[in-house]
Design a protein around this ligand. Structure first.
Ligand code: NAI
Length: 319
């Protein structure tokens, strides 16, 4: 394995997200050590990363300025966590979403790390105040939540513990930029952070509209893929408001009453009942049958679309 002037990053948990982080850090020239409780998972991850990187290189979509072989030479497996974290500048935890398991891992890391390394969790929804409570190195702890698939979707939500040092947030922000991701700061922890709060608001209304028989599941999805999603790949909901009138103030003058009128008609949190789930599933399965092969093929298609969209975005930005 090559050593790297950029520094060494440790990935704890070599599943779906751990593998993506490994590829991203290697693309930025970082040495990456993959640790997992299951040795076979490390072997699978290394094999899978090799395959992925070669395909990406062939498609001209490999990130960073190094070749696939150069990036692969930066990644290695390490079966011993103590050895893995020695000299590391950043540790990215990617074990399953289980508070007790993650707390155990962070307590273990807390007892073996120095005062410089960043301890970062990939958690989608566990609160930093719960995850990092009582750790000696709490100032060095942060959540860096990626979006699946992280290699194609650059956003990373940075969520600090109330005692996280501002330098930890700044260093993690700079590191994410260095590997080509797009970090954003969540200033105060909140359930679901920001991305999932927005996502759940959309899912919630989508479910109500389908349940009430207002729209079919596949037509509902069209509203996003052929409507809102077209602009949301480039501008957010607030800038949309700003552009859809003569600025934000004009938008609020013109449309806030109408928005409030509609918002008052929104229903309660859906129960996600089996009956509605089956109805939605039936419609979804017309396009994508829910067996592993069809789902995998559709995910691959999605990733190719995202790759092309990323290329397009890099051509049109920055304005
Ligand atoms: P996964 O199940 O694919 O991988 C978890 C890995 O952790 C497995 O390889 C497992 O062997 C390993 N592991 C279990 N216990 C361990 C231990 N004590 N020490 C070391 N390794 C251990 O999970 P996935 O999907 O990669 O998720 C990881 C984290 O990323 C979760 O917190 C999840 O919420 C978060 N996340 C997941 C996203 C997704 O769409 N899959 C998106 C964004 C964040």
């Amino acid at each position: 394995m090559a050593s790297s002037a950029a520094g060494c990053v440790v990935i704890v948990g070599s599943g779906v997200i751990g593998r993506s982080w490994a590829m991203l850090f290697a693309s930025g020239g970082f040495q990456v050590k993959l640790y997992d409780i299951e040795q076979q998972q490390i072997r699978n991850a290394l094999e899978n990363i090799r395959k992925e990187m070669k395909l990406l290189e062939q498609a001209g979509a490999l990130k960073g300025s190094l070749s696939a072989e150069e990036q692969l030479s930066l990644i290695s497996g390490c079966p011993n966590i103590q050895e893995a974290v020695e000299g590391a500048m950043h540790i990215q935890e990617c074990v399953p979403e289980d508070l007790e398991l993650k707390k155990k891992i962070f307590a273990q890391l807390d007892s073996i790390v120095d005062d410089r390394v960043i301890l970062s969790s990939s958690t989608s929804c566990l609160m930093p105040s719960k995850l990092f409570a009582g750790l000696v190195h709490v100032k060095q702890c942060i959540v860096a939540h990626p979006v699946n698939p992280p290699y194609y979707i650059p956003l990373v939500e940075l969520v600090p513990h109330p005692e996280t040092a501002p330098t930890t947030v700044d260093r993690t922000h700079a590191l994410m930029k260095k590997i080509g991701q797009c970090p954003m700061r969540v200033q105060k922890e909140v359930a679901g952070f920001v991305l999932n709060r927005l996502q759940y608001a959309i899912i919630s209304e989508a479910w109500r509209l389908v349940e009430e028989g207002i729209v079919s599941p596949s037509d509902l999805d069209l509203v996003m893929s052929e409507g809102l999603g077209m602009r949301y790949a480039f501008i957010g909901p607030l800038e949309t408001m700003h552009l859809n009138a003569e600025g934000m103030l004009s938008y609020c003058d013109r449309y806030s009453e109408g928005m409030k009128h509609v918002l008052k008609t929104f229903g309660p949190i859906p129960e996600f009942s089996r009956a509605t789930a089956e109805k939605v599933n039936q419609d979804m399965c017309v396009k994508v049958p829910d067996d592993p092969e069809h789902l995998a093929a559709r995910r691959q298609w999605r990733d190719e679309c995202l790759m092309r969209l990323a290329k397009l975005k890099s051509q049109v930005q920055p304005q």
